[in-house]
Every structure is written in structure tokens, then in C-alpha cells.
Design a protein around this ligand. Structure first.
Ligand code: AMP
Length: 232
């Protein structure tokens, strides 16, 4: 089973993807996280893309496509991918279909998280990530536990593009490009819109229901687990 999850920056794609990964034994492919790692590791690609990312614009379609192909072509992730942050425009949506069919796969479900700009601003300004376990918190809505070893305040980090100005620019970039992606997946009847303004656990429950509503979903997941057990 392969899923796509998209929505504006701060919509909760990363938070929800992590739940789905754990519950259904899938793999989260976040293009944003992969690109940020390139910058942190000071690779040639990282220096090429850092100013684009810090202005809230998209990196080139070619760079994003090369990143995702590495995962789609890897048997370990076959039919286990959650695309978080890809596709972000029509060219990428078409490219994703081409790459998946090249490796005999398809998308089973597309989730769109909708959230208004006002809420996005608060979510982004308050967002912090535990550098130890990767858990995502929000200073206003979902603060990290006070007496925790792992997620103590000294381990919490902010993303460099999580400022008010850059978040507005990222939101505008999202709005400008996403309409054809929505139409594309609407036509293929894969799209489900989820209200991303609800409580985290309510959204998770709704997404679980949608996944379990996919025809043959249990079979796909059991097949993977069975193959995984055989291989281990
Ligand atoms: P995200 O972590 O999804 O908010 O992405 C952070 C930044 O990474 C974006 O603002 C873009 O600059 C870049 N990025 C992530 N995914 C893509 C993509 N599919 N295509 C182009 N740029 C991307």
C-alpha cells in the first residue's frame, strides 16, 4: 500500500505520517526532511538548495524526483511508502505515477489535510522537533512533556524555515501549485480531504478509517508482514 499525504506547511503531515508508519508498518518518505539533511550534512546538493528552501520556494522537480526514485526503486520499501511532501505540483504528480508504474506499484490513497492560514501561522511559529527521537511538538497546542529525558527542552530544535515570513511564503507557494494536483487525484478517485484543524488523535482516527476502507487493505499489509517475516 502506497499513500500520498499533502497539505500546507504545518498542516500536520509529518505528525500524522509518523502515526501511520507505526500502525501499518509503512515507511515515511518526507522530501522536506531528506532535503534538510543534505543542508545539515553540508553536501554539494545541500549548498545548492539552501537559499531556495530558506526563501520558501520549491527546489527543482529533477532534484525532488531523483530523491524519491531512490526509495521507489528499493525493494525494501516496495508498496510501503507514504509520500509526505511529494507531489507538490502537477508535473510531480504525473512523475510520481510514472515512477511507480516503472517499478510495478501504484498509489492506493491520497490524503489532503486542510488547514487555514491563521492556524498554520501558530502551528509553524510554535513547532519544535526533538533532535533525539524526531517527535514533533508545538509550544501552544502540544508542548513537550516537562519531565522527559528524551524530549527535554535542551533537545528541542526549530527548523530554520519556520519563521512567520517564510511560512507565509511557503503557504503561498503551496496554494499556487496545489490546485492541479487536487484535480489530478480527484479525477482518479483517490483523493480524500481530511479536516486538519481537529485534535491530533481525531485526525489519526479518521485517517485510520480511510486506510481501512481501502479494498483489500489488510491483505496488502499482511502480505508485506508475511514477506518481511520470511526474509528475517
Ligand atoms: P516540508 O518539510 O515538506 O515543509 O518542505 C520544506 C521545503 O523543502 C519546501 O519549502 C521546499 O523548499 C522543499 N521541498 C520539499 N518537498 C519538495 C518537493 N516535492 N518539491 C520541491 N521542493 C520540495
Amino acid at each position: 500500500m502506497n499513500l500520498v499525504i499533502f497539505g500546507p506547511p504545518g498542516a500536520g503531515k509529518g505528525t500524522q505520517s509518523k502515526f501511520i508508519v507505526n500502525k501499518y508498518n509503512l515507511y515515511q518518505l518526507s522530501t522536506g526532511e531528506l532535503l534538510r539533511k543534505e543542508i545539515i550534512n553540508k553536501t554539494p546538493l545541500g549548498s545548492e538548495i539552501s537559499s531556495t528552501m530558506n526563501s520558501g520556494k520549491l527546489v527543482s522537480d529533477k532534484i525532488a524526483s531523483d530523491l524519491i526514485e531512490k526509495f521507489i526503486s528499493n525493494n525494501e520499501y516496495k508498496n510501503r511508502l507514504i509520500f509526505d511532501g511529494y507531489p507538490r505540483n502537477e508535473i510531480q504528480a504525473e512523475n510520481l505515477n510514472k515512477l511507480l508504474s516503472k517499478y510495478n506499484q501504484k498509489i492506493n490513497l491520497v490524503l489532503k489535510l486542510s488547514v487555514s492560514l491563521d492556524i498554520i501561522k501558530k502551528r509553524i511559529i510554535g513547532r519544535c522537533v526533538c533532535s533525539i527521537c524526531g517527535k514533533i511538538y508545538n509550544e501552544f497546542f502540544n508542548p513537550a512533556p516537562v519531565n522527559s529525558d528524551c524530549c527535554a527542552s535542551r533537545f528541542l530544535q526549530k527548523r530554520s524555515d519556520d519563521t512567520l515570513d517564510i511560512s507565509i511564503s511557503r503557504y503561498q507557494t503551496y496554494e499556487k501549485n496545489i490546485k492541479p494536483v487536487v484535480d489530478y487525484y480527484n479525477e482518479s478517485k483517490l483523493l480524500k480531504v481530511v479536516n486538519g484543524e481537529k485534535q491530533i488523535n481525531e485526525i489519526t482516527n479518521e485517517i485510520s478509517g480511510l486506510i481501512e476502507g481501502i479494498k483489500g487493505w489488510l491483505c496488502v499489509i499482511t502480505q508485506y508482514n508475511y514477506a518481511g517475516n520470511l526474509n528475517s
